[in-house]
Design a protein around this ligand. Structure first.
Ligand code: MLC
Ligand code: AMP
Length: 513
């Protein structure tokens, strides 16, 4: 029987020379392909020895490190479900994810062990390990006693490989269930579409708890047997210094904006590069053009989601198998990728014509299996004929290029991270003296968009905007904190009494100009 385990496909793509460098860190530490194989085997054997039940969730909140990458590979290898968590999440957020996912194993950094283990044990998790970014922690200690050979667990195409939590416009976060086939089919197709070739070297500078850094970047490099230059944290100067040793870079728009602010970025620095890819948030046309002028390279913008991995992409080169277009058009996200069916519909569910704006729906092998233990939410997000409603609003031009013009979901994308206003408003509304609040996204030169909170007080109550922000800071991930907070007498409303967020956005649009 064929093994559909994603790790089996990645392992099969390892180069013949297993002693070649697979990952090089900024300190010059080199991990060979053999190291990735053996270390992931040891961790997978540890999970087997613990008798972790098949298809168990392994929740991970650790700093970026090569060992964290190996933990991801080991989870797949042992046939479990990887559940990555943003390092910025605080206890209330972690408590929800662990309570909802009921992981068999939780891995956290040593400094968080106290509070994370308390939450995990309370939720019934049997094993809590630590993993630090300096190659220490109980996970590595325990795995070091395990055999470094491991037979990859047999998995079906439809078995879960990962759960990624994405917040909802209402209510709590939903865990998007991604199967081995969702991830592998997308990765195999992108390898072809983006022309990965022998000798490619990827600069990996994104976090590894989201689709972009974890799947698009890592699967791309591994499936091509390509070396990764591993940056634990994005630093524009260090990325620019590494460009002459690399050929591929992937980043959210903020990374490009920050690199453009560096005088060292020029044609010479980028001369050896083959491809710059951007996504996760809208890339401003100004950034696209400035990059072209400074480096001579045209950024390839693509569009995806946690629920679907990659959906559309500008072309890498003209290719008769696809659409024969070679132009990477700034401001667009390109064409539906091979195997992805994408349509734009009006509110009544009728298909729209060229350049008409409506809701984007998609279908394909890449589209997730549903939300973890939320069958009603899953049903709501799919149409009767099996298309997933992305919540993005866009149009398709006469040549087939897709443009995202907005979102029907109330969502702010800040520096590539999603922030759901409803979640922040819920926390503010619970504060003493608050009658109501509205959080809106406004343009920001660095993060693209940031949240601004507008709050009204209960009659007689006096509110301090700084105290509201401080309270939020103590409870929520830092990127979710509104960059400004205003206490006002009233919120603009329509005749139905609904808060008019568009007016608030308009009012505050120049705050960070
Ligand atoms: C950091 N801060 C942010 C922020 N990141 N504020 C708003 N939005 C963000 N994204 C704030 C912190 O709260 C803190 O504020 C201050 O900046 C410094 O924090 P830091 O952690 O030192 O920041 P920095 O390292 O500069 O991080 C910026 C960044 C990071 C752009 C490098 O946000 C990042 O790596 N973003 C990439 C996200 C990503 O990978 N997205 C992919 C999603 S997948 P204070 O006040 O506390 O000091 C997806 C699907 C797809 O969407 O299509 O790919
Ligand atoms: P996430 O839930 O973090 O996976 O975020 C997915 C969302 O990011 C999508 O639904 C889009 O709104 C947005 N997104 C991703 N790529 C792009 C892009 N290239 N341009 C505009 N928005 C994007």
């Amino acid at each position: 029987m064929r093994n559909h385990n994603l790790f089996a496909a990645l392992l099969a793509a390892f180069p013949k020379d297993l002693d070649a460098v697979a990952v090089e860190t900024e300190d010059g530490l080199c991990y060979s392909w053999r190291d990735l194989d053996r270390a992931s085997a040891m961790m997978a054997n540890l999970f087997d020895a613990l008798a972790v039940p098949a298809h168990a969730r392994i929740a991970v909140q650790v700093e970026k490190s090569v060992e964290a990458l190996i933990l991801y590979l080991a989870t797949l290898r042992a046939g479990h479900v990887f559940l990555p968590l943003n390092t910025a999440y605080q206890s209330a957020e972690i408590e929800y994810f662990i309570g909802n996912a009921e992981p068999a194993v939780v891995v956290c950094s040593g400094r968080n062990f106290g509070w994370v283990s308390k939450i995990a044990f309370k939720a019934g998790t049997r094993h809590v390990f630590t993993l630090n970014d300096d190659r220490t922690g109980s996970l590595l200690e325990r795995a070091s006693h395990c055999d470094d050979r491991h037979t990859v667990a047999l998995r079906q195409a439809d078995d879960l490989a990962a759960i990624l939590y994405t917040s909802g416009t209402t209510g709590r976060s939903k865990g998007a269930m991604l199967t081995h086939d969702n991830l592998l089919s997308n990765a195999v197709m992108l390898k072809e579409y983006w022309g990965w070739q022998p000798g490619d070297v990827l600069i990996h500078a994104l976090p590894i708890f989201h689709v972009h850094g974890l799947f698009v970047a890592i699967h791309g490099a591994l499936l091509n047997g390509s070396k990764m230059l591993w940056h634990a944290k994005f630093d524009p100067k260090r990325v620019i210094a590494d460009l002459p040793r690399a050929t591929v870079f992937m980043g959210v728009p903020t990374l490009y904006v920050r690199m453009l602010a560096e005088p060292a970025l020029n044609q010479q620095a980028a001369a050896r590069m083959r491809l710059f890819i951007a996504g996760s948030a809208p890339l401003l046309i100004e950034t696209f053009q400035a990059w072209q002028q400074r480096t001579g390279h045209t950024i390839l913008e693509r569009y995806g989601m946690s629920e679907t991995a990659m959906l559309t992409s500008n072309p890498y080169r003209a290719d008769a198998r696809y659409n024969n277009q070679s132009e990477r058009r700034g401001g667009t996200v390109g064409f539906p990728l091979p195997g992805v069916r994408l349509r734009v519909l009006d509110d009544a569910g009728q298909p729209l014509g060229v350049d008409e704006i409506g809701g984007i729906q998609v279908q394909g092998a890449n589209v997730f299996k549903g939300y973890w233990r939320m069958p009603e939410k899953t049903a709501e997000e799919f149409t009767a004929d099996g298309y997933f409603k992305t919540g993005d609003v866009g149009k398709i031009d006469a040549r087939g290029y897709v443009t995202i013009v907005g979102r029907s979901k109330d969502l702010i994308i800040s520096g590539g991270y999603n922030v759901y206003p409803a979640e922040i408003e819920g926390f503010i509304n619970d504060m003493a003296g608050v009658a109501e609040s509205a959080v809106v996204g406004v343009p920001h030169p660095d993060f693209g968009e940031v949240g601004v909170a507008v709050v009204i007080a209960k009659p007689g109550a006096k509110l301090d905007p700084d105290a509201i922000v401080a309270d939020l800071k103590s409870r929520l991930a830092n990127f979710k904190i509104p960059k400004r907070c205003f206490v006002v007498p009233e919120l603009p409303r329509n005749t139905m009494g609904k808060v008019q967020k568009n007016l608030l956005r308009e009012q505050h649009k120049s705050l960070f100009a």
